[in-house]
Design a protein around this ligand. Structure first.
Ligand code: PMP
Length: 289
């Protein structure tokens, strides 16, 4: 595998960063996870835009223009013959001193990895997931905004540990006000009658790119799509529930906190949306060749 590291494609074994990189020392940096379907990078420009917004929020200047970074992603996919895969784009604060001051880091590090990902085993896409509510609250938006896709994912990792300890696949995270925010690394949706509901960004939800695509496809499919502040009560009483994310794609939730959701199996509307999403993803994206 060839890795893009600061302007060069290097063999995997040579793709190394310094122990003084603040990305490692403090989780000081930003990233994106991007899918490649059918030889096309899906929603590449939206991911690039979100990366720059995350960087701006942490006062990190990415040392490349947006078109140059876009070209670096394409170049890395091409070098690794990726037709269907997953790209991890990382910008670290760079090498600095042992103190917190980020401005001792003169040169941000830019990394592109083009590889594969399988988030959940295929059978879970047919069967659906079981989830529990996490005790770990989603970060307060004014402490560290969940919209900064930063290299510090401990908030999410602590929640994910709770899922594993509970013997289920995922957790639902609440915000400090007790409203539903998102799963550990995915957005959440419920279907109620003909309505498709998802928490607004102000609830401490990352503005997922898959979320936005799914909302648009659902609208085209005749569902009444809106953002709504949701409680656990709303989730327990949903007809259908599913998660969305670049890596997870669309996956049904069939049980939450030991309550069956809907009929306790993946719902028809969710499956239909999943099929539409895959058809859309196969046809849309930035061509690698
Ligand atoms: N929420 C969190 C916390 C995430 O890390 C992600 C990305 N894995 C998502 C939601 C989904 O966002 P996207 O659809 O852009 O991948």
């Amino acid at each position: 595998m060839k890795i893009y590291l600061n302007g060069k494609l290097v063999p995997e074994a040579e793709a190394k960063v310094s122990v003084f990189d603040h990305g490692l020392l403090y989780g000081d940096g930003v990233f994106e996870g991007i899918r490649v379907y059918n030889g096309r990078v899906f929603m590449l420009w939206a991911h690039i835009e979100r990366l720059y917004r995350s960087a701006q929020a942490i006062a990190l200047k990415i040392p490349l223009s947006k078109p140059a970074l876009t070209a670096a992603v394409i170049r890395t996919c091409r070098a690794n013959n990726i037709r269907d895969g997953y790209v991890r784009l990382v910008v670290t604060r760079g090498v600095g001193t042992l103190g917190l001051n980020p401005f001792t880091c003169r040169k941000p590090g830019v990394i592109v990895i083009a590889a594969k990902i399988q988030l959940y085993p295929p059978k879970l896409y047919a069967q659906g997931l079981r989830v529990v509510t996490a005790g770990t609250l989603r970060n307060h938006t004014e402490a560290i905004s969940p919209n900064i896709k930063s290299l510090n994912y401990l908030n999410n990792i602590l929640a994910k540990i709770e899922a594993i300890n509970a013997g289920v696949e995922e957790v639902i995270m609440l915000n400090p006000q007790g409203f539903v925010a998102e799963a550990s690394g995915d957005n959440i949706f419920i279907i109620r009658g003909n309505e498709l509901l998802t928490p607004p960004i102000s609830c401490g939800t990352l503005e997922g790119i898959t979320r936005n695509v799914v909302m648009e496809l659902a609208r085209q499919n005749g569902l009444d799509v809106r953002e709504a502040v949701l409680t656990r009560y709303d989730l327990y009483n949903a007809d259908e529930m599913f998660l969305t994310g670049t890596a997870a794609e669309i996956i049904s939730v069939i049980e939450m906190d030991a309550r069956a959701i809907g009929r306790g199996k993946p719902g028809a509307k969710t499956m239909e949306l999943g099929a539409r999403f895959h058809a859309f993803a196969e046809e849309n994206g930035t061509l690698i060749k």
